[in-house]
Design a protein around this ligand. Structure first.
Ligand code: DQA
Length: 145
């Protein structure tokens, strides 16, 4: 049976494709999900891909991943920069979490340079557009096999 990887997406990522395409590109979240499903299949993972605009829902999904999944690729959106609750949830689960960003947050506004979740995750991938997600799946393959 394939291991399951959760790919979790936070606020405003449902608007990809329409949202600031100069920064995030023209692909929709559905396009990115399809790419993750294909990459997951090639790597031998079942991918459970989700998005929520609500911080507590993301906390619940991290707990669920801790009980049922082999790892998490997590684009927390703006909650990256604010959320102690997500930091704590990542520290509370026994599976590796990779922080993912489409844009290079370090080349953007100063408030995006600080990640509240970075100290709790296994590693961070940012700046490669939607391919950041695929890199995170490869990283999870490498650290979970
Ligand atoms: C983002 C970067 C965040 O700073 C921003 O709030 C997002 C998207 C990214 O994927 O580049 O919503 O996580």
């Amino acid at each position: 049976m394939s291991k399951t990887i959760f790919v979790l997406n936070g606020p405003n990522l449902n608007a990809l494709g329409k949202r600031e395409p100069g920064i995030y590109g023209g692909k929709t979240l559905a396009d990115i999900e399809a790419e993750c499903q294909a990459a997951g299949e090639a790597l031998g993972f079942a991918v459970d891909f989700r998005q929520s605009n609500h911080e507590g829902v993301l906390v619940d999904w991290l707990h669920e991943a801790g009980a049922t999944a082999a790892g998490v690729a997590f684009n927390a959106g703006a909650y990256t920069h604010t959320s102690v609750a997500l930091h704590d949830a990542i520290r509370a689960i026994p599976v590796p979490v990779i922080e993912v960003h489409i844009s290079n947050v370090h080349a953007r506004e100063e408030f995006r340079h600080k990640s509240m979740i970075a100290p709790a995750v296994k590693g961070v991938i940012c700046g490669f557009g939607p391919f950041s997600y695929i890199l995170a799946l490869h990283a999870l393959k490498n650290i979970t096999q």
